[in-house]
Write a protein that binds this ligand. Structure first.
Ligand code: BES
Ligand code: ZN
Ligand code: ZN
Length: 478
């Protein structure tokens, strides 16, 4: 899809169709054909008037994320039509509401379809989207500013779709070594450094917790370390991703219904890849390391067991009481690796870590956890800027005690049923050194990473959660 900006008035731009986003306060609703057709401009309501070659889409309020959703609705609606080009106003780039960005993202995110396994792919005729650089009030805007906005929004939305595609790929096609190859391909295309550690190398690094989780799989575990190193970076950031290409639960086997969709358990790792892609394409002045623990959690005679005691990279011992709490074991080693190899100013991890986070915050919201209130605030701002939803879950010293083990340094699960998203994060916290406590933040994306029933601009499947807010946050580092 080709998105361009045109200096002309909307009326003078040559395209087959016009898209108009209508607020329910708009005068055009009260008279004429729209009113006759009963169009009320409720959010995502559409009205196509063939005579005017115009598609109207309702927007409930002047908020950027509602425009993102409406743009996705427009594209989805038009996929049933045969138009090749559409035009629209850029709405308001100058008042910094982010609506222009939202429209571009909405078009690209809304046009995403996962069809890798369909024998017949859908055909889309729409190839061109033309924005008039003039606002609705017909004011001219600075074309170089909006060109820049256009590029940034495209990079972000395309990176999100890239993450979605990886998440959606089946475990038979996307196993740890394959994920490592995908990272190597990205590194070649985007000029990143890429180091991959196989099981022998993981053993040399004493990453035994991660190795034990992957032991029963026929696929070798891999640690992927991508780095983007611009000259004179403003900060160094490590991003660690849970890359469970499949989570059967292991011997603490998941019930049949909960196992379906557990290909999603690589979403944290795939988000890290999407972020690395966007950061390098935007050439952000920040050094970014992406570290992914790619592992498959399976059953078999060689599987790690409840009752085992594992030794993590930093020498800490972990009593396994549930093999389905495997992500934190993989991340424990990856966090140790990240802290040992990279002297970072910020350390973020992304993981579909707990079902409890879904219980706490619902399907749509990422759980943010960590010691730095400032970091949580600034990330909430970036989430607001990009239409992602986050909620902070607070640590406390009582919950931490629930991870005590009688026989090892720590247990991999809490001994009480509630607060599971927090206890999982506090388990990770015990692998963060004292110097790094304030630099670290954990993103539990178990809710939003995978969409079971479509919402907003997210179709069924991987959503790319974490990508847009983190890239926004990284681009705001001063
Ligand atoms: N990958 C799951 C968490 C998950 C659940 C993600 C649902 C997305 C949707 C994780 O490895 C897991 O199984 N966690 C257990 C932890 C429990 C055994 C303490 C869970 O949440 O039930
Ligand atoms: Zn699990
Ligand atoms: Zn898992």
């Amino acid at each position: 899809m080709n998105i361009t900006i045109n200096d002309k008035h909307l009326y003078d731009i040559n395209a087959e169709l016009t898209v108009v986003f209508a607020l329910n306060t708009d005068e055009l609703l009260h008279e004429g054909v729209l009113s006759e057709l009963g169009f009320k401009a409720t959010q995502d309501e559409t009205c196509y008037i063939s005579e005017f070659k115009t598609l109207y889409v309702g927007v409930e309020a002047n908020e950027h994320d509602l425009f993102r959703s409406a743009a996705a609705t427009a594209i989805r609606t038009l996929s049933a039509f045969n138009y090749k080009s559409l035009k629209l106003s850029q709405y308001d780039v100058n008042d910094e509401k982010g609506i222009f960005t939202a429209l571009i993202e909405g078009f690209i995110l809304g046009s995403y379809k996962f069809e890798a396994y369909k024998s017949k792919k859908s055909e889309s005729t729409l190839t061109d989207i033309l924005f008039s650089s003039r606002t609705l009030e017909d004011e001219a805007s600075d074309i170089s500013v909006i060109e820049e906005t256009l590029i940034k929004a495209q990079v972000l939305a395309i990176a999100t779709n890239y993450t979605r595609e990886l998440v959606n790929t089946t475990p038979e096609d996307l196993f740890p070594l394959k994920l490592a190859h995908i990272a190597q391909d990205l590194s070649k295309e985007n000029d990143l450094d890429c180091k991959v550690l196989n099981e022998i190398e993981l053993k040399n690094e004493n990453m035994n917790a991660m190795l034990d989780v992957g032991r029963a799989s026929r696929h070798e575990s891999q640690l992927i370390h991508l780095s983007y190193k611009p000259k004179e970076p403003r900060a160094v950031v490590s991003l660690i991703g849970k890359g469970l290409t499949y989570d059967s639960g292991g011997l603490s086997l998941k019930p049949a219904a909960s196992m379906v969709s557990m290909k999603l358990d690589k979403s944290g790792g795939c988000a890290v890849l999407g972020i690395m892609k966007a950061v390098s394409e935007l050439k952000l002045p920040v050094e970014v390391h992406g570290i992914i623990g790619a592992v498959e959690n399976m059953i078999g005679g060689d599987a790690y067991k409840p009752d085992d005691v594992l030794t993590a990279k930093n020498g800490k011992t972990i009593e396994v009481r549930n093999t389905d709490a495997e992500g934190r074991l993989v991340l424990a080693d990856c966090l140790c690796y990240a802290q040992e190899k990279v002297e970072a100013d910020y350390i973020f991890d992304f993981a579909t870590l707990t079902g409890a986070c879904l219980v706490a915050l619902g399907n749509y919201t990422t759980g943010l956890m960590g010691h730095s209130t400032k970091l949580k605030h600034s990330m909430s701002r970036s989430a607001n800027n990009t239409g992602e939803l986050v909620g902070a879950l607070p640590f406390n010293r009582y919950l931490k005690k629930q991870l005590k083990s009688e026989i090892a340094d720590i247990s991999n699960v809490s001994n009480k049923p509630y607060g599971g998203a927090i206890t999982a994060a506090q388990f990770l916290d015990s692998f963060i050194t004292d110097e790094n406590k304030q630099k670290w933040m954990h993103f539990d994306i178990a809710g939003p990473a995978y969409v079971e029933s479509a919402w907003g601009y997210n179709p069924y499947g991987g959503s790319g959660a974490g990508v847009r807010m983190t890239v926004d946050w990284l681009s705001n580092i001063k």
